[in-house]
Structures are given as C-alpha cells and as structure tokens.
Design a protein around this ligand. Structure first.
Ligand code: HAM
Length: 421
C-alpha cells in the first residue's frame, strides 16, 4: 500500500469497527443507566465563547495552555470545549431550569496535549451534572452511578479515590498554608513545581516528580482545614458510600486538573492502565461555578468518564466485547434482478438485519461475503429460484437448507430467527 497523502491529525484517531461499535455500546449503556437514575440528556455546542472556559480558573492548564481557540471572521473568540461542565453550567444559567437539574451528556472534548497512549487531543467523555442541591445524598448518587457503570461494563480493577477540598473559604485557607510550606522549601522543589507554586500551590501536590516527594509528604493536609460543615458533608458522603458497600480510598492529596472544585472531589483510577493515564473518570462539587458564570449561587456536582480510556481498560481486562453483528440475513442474488433489492427492503422493514452484495458477484463470492457478514441465514436466489419464484433459505451455521416460495421468505425467516408462528 502506498503512503496515504493525509492522516488523521496528531492526537486524533479514527474509530473503526469493531471499536466504533463497542464505543457506541458503551455510550448507550451509560445513557440507559443515567436515564434510569432520572438524568436527562443535554447536548451543548462543541464550542463556546472562550471566556466561558476562562472562568474555570487561571491556574487550570486545560484552559490556559491547552485550548483550541478560533477567531471567527466576525472577530469573536470561540474555543472548542476542553470539557463539558462549563457548557452545562452556562446552559443552566441561560435557561434556568427547575432544580435539582440532573443532566447527562456524551461527546468529544479537545485539549492541545502531548499525545500518548490514552491521552488524545480529541477524546470522548460521558458525564452527569446535578445542579441546585448540596445534599450529600446527591454526591453519593453521582459517585454510585459512576461506580455501578464500571461494574456494569465488567471492569474489576477500578478504584475510587475520594477527598474533600472543603468549602471555598477552607480551600483558600488551605491554599495559603500550602503556599507558606512550599515557599519555605522552594529551593528543594523542582523547577516545574516552583513555577506551579506561583500560580496555584494546590497543584504542586499533583507533582509526580521524585525531587518534590519529600516536600509534598511533609505538606499540611486538607483535613486539618475543613470547616465543621464541610467535614460533616464529607462524613455523610463516606457514610453513604459505606451503606452501599462501595469501596473507596481517602486520598488527602487528591487535587484535580481543573480548578473549580470545592468539597467532594474524586477520581476513578484503573489499575489495568499505565500510571500517568490511569484516571478513567473524575469529578466533584463546584459550588462556586454557577456564580462564576453569572448565575445565582447554586451548588453543583458531577463527573466525566473518559470513554477512550475506559475502552483501553476493557481491553486490558478483556471485558465488554464488541456487540455481535446486526446483520441477521444475507441475500444472495446471482441473477442480478430486483429480487435482492425487494427482499432486503422487505426484511429490513420487518425489523430483520439484512445485507446483500453488489456488482453481480459470483455465487461463491457472495456466499463468502454472507459468511463474513455474521448473518445466521442466507436467502439465495439462483437461476432456478428466479425462474420458479422461490428462494433457498440456508442456515449458515448448520448448512441445512430448504426451498420456499418467494412469498414465504419473510414468514419463514421470522419463524427461524424469532420463533414466531
Ligand atoms: P477531567 O478529570 O479533566 O474532568 O476529565 C475526566 C476524564 O476524561 C479523565 O479521567 C480521563 O478519563 C478523560 N480524559 C481527560 N483528558 C483526556 C485526554 N486528553 N485523552 C483521553 N482522555 C482524557 C473533567 O473533564 C470534568 N469536567 C469532570 C467533572 C464533571 N467535574 C464535575 N463535573
């Protein structure tokens, strides 16, 4: 094969079958589980006014360094969404639906990252957001939905890491304590962490660089800064998870890549994936975000799960196989008449998955395609069947076959496939 002139852009990929089929089955399963839990779908635009995302925080790399920004002919600045929480919150502020508002979503996001296994510039998420309640039971509901989803897929090596970043004021006090600690030890920190420190001391906790480890280990922990309210909220979430027997690890240094989190914060990590890209989902509360986007004070919580990474984890755990073929019957027509056109149409209208060949291929070639299509049956029209207005129905597994009048094809197929009389 010659080298293609064009390839998918760096950090993107084509999803081809069977991956694409599996991908959709995963999103369908999520949709079903979210809707059963009372969430309704929101489909926000793929891009927003850049300022919507800038409100997510100046210390957020995702926003400051990784956005795909477009300047329109009219001079507007738009950004491809790097995530969907900001869009959902913007939509909430714009439409003001009754609360609690429970939204689910699915779709692509764009981040200008250094591509590697499990890290792409276009990647997909499924997620939920609950706006307008700060009941810890809502946190538990969101966490449980994520956990049960991984369970339903069949993943066994996912763990839930949980932390509380406290209320806005607690978080601010903690950030100052961290700043003081890290500044006192600045010379011991890596150059990168010194730069991070200037912007957001919390993010220094996220460093995996060995030279930072000692200073991070002795840093103050959030738990000491939680207000009584935030601590009670955290305890209630823990009790809720315990009552559902959902296992979790308290992870006091868990800070997330986005800056809007308050109180409950969490990540789902897959032990089946490489360390740096092992987060298969994450989320938390963002009690100040609605206000930051111009709405009334409204608490919120949600998560987003990375579909691409979940599929990698499924490969590693050999679970969630691609769904079987949708084609049930293959129509073989060697006389090149309209028989194949009529029969496939008739079968499809009756709800049967039907496929056919083109280009007047030989019987042998069409039968080969029938076998590869995954169909359970072939409906065959050769010279004799064309002359006699009949068709041969062949069971592609057992190779048993019978000849039936053309008008009996559909009822017989339905009888064989669906057991209908
Ligand atoms: P996030 O942690 O940035 O959170 O992303 C959530 C998940 O998306 C990650 O755990 C990962 O599985 C996947 N992901 C992120 N970046 C990439 C990438 N470059 N390539 C492949 N997968 C990726 C959020 O996006 C928040 N909006 C979650 C949230 C919802 N918080 C509250 N509500």
């Amino acid at each position: 094969m010659t080298e293609p002139t064009f390839r998918a852009p760096k950090g993107t990929r084509d999803l081809l079958p069977p991956t694409s089929t599996r991908f959709r089955a995963l999103v369908d399963l999520f949709a079903q589980m979210a809707e059963r839990a009372g969430f309704a779908q929101v489909v926000p635009p793929m891009f927003e006014d850049t300022r919507v995302f800038l409100r997510l925080g100046e210390a957020t790399d995702v926003v400051t360094k990784e956005m795909f920004v477009i300047e329109t002919k009219g001079g507007d600045h738009l950004a491809l969404r790097p995530e969907q929480t900001a869009s959902v919150v913007r939509a909430f502020v714009e439409h003001r639906p009754p609360v609690p508002w429970k939204a689910w979503y699915a779709g692509s996001n764009f981040r200008y990252e250094r591509p590697q296994a499990g890290r792409y510039r276009q990647f997909d998420q499924v997620g939920v957001e609950v706006l307008g309640t700060d009941d810890p039971a809502a946190d538990v509901e969101v966490l449980a939905l994520g956990w049960r989803f991984y369970e339903a897929i069949g993943l066994r090596r996912v763990s839930l890491l949980l932390n509380s970043l406290g209320a806005v004021e607690d978080r601010a006090r903690y950030t100052e304590a961290l700043r003081a600690h890290f500044e006192a030890h600045a010379s011991e920190l890596s150059e990168q962490s010194q730069a991070t420190l200037a912007k957001n001391p919390l993010r220094v906790l996220d460093s995996k660089r060995p030279e930072d480890e000692a200073v991070i280990t002795t840093a103050p922990v959030m738990a000491e800064f939680l207000s009584a309210d935030a601590a009670a909220h955290h305890e209630a979430v823990i009790a809720g998870l315990d009552s559902l027997a959902i296992p979790f690890t308290i992870s006091p240094r868990l800070v997330r890549g986005l800056d809007y989190y308050t109180r409950t914060t969490f990540e789902f990590a897959s032990e089946a994936l490489e360390g740096a890209q092992n987060a298969v989902g994450g989320g938390g509360r963002y009690d100040g975000l609605v206000e930051a986007l111009g709405g009334p004070p409204t608490p919120g919580i949600g998560f987003a799960l990375g579909v691409d990474r979940i599929l990698l984890a499924c490969d590693a755990e050999t679970v969630f196989a691609a769904p079987g073929p949708a084609v049930e019957v293959f129509v073989v027509d060697v006389v090149g008449g309209v028989a194949a056109t009529l029969l496939t149409d008739q079968l499809r209208r009756a709800g049967v998955g039907a496929e056919r060949a083109f280009d007047a291929r030989s019987m042998k070639s069409q039968m080969k395609r029938a076998g590869a299509s995954g169909a359970a049956m072939a409906v065959i029209i050769g010279e004799q069947e064309a002359a006699e207005e009949t068709a041969v129905l062949r069971d592609l597994r057992s190779s048993e076959q019978q000849t039936v009048p053309r008008a009996a094809v559909l009822p017989t197929v339905l009888h064989v496939l669906r057991g209908s009389p």
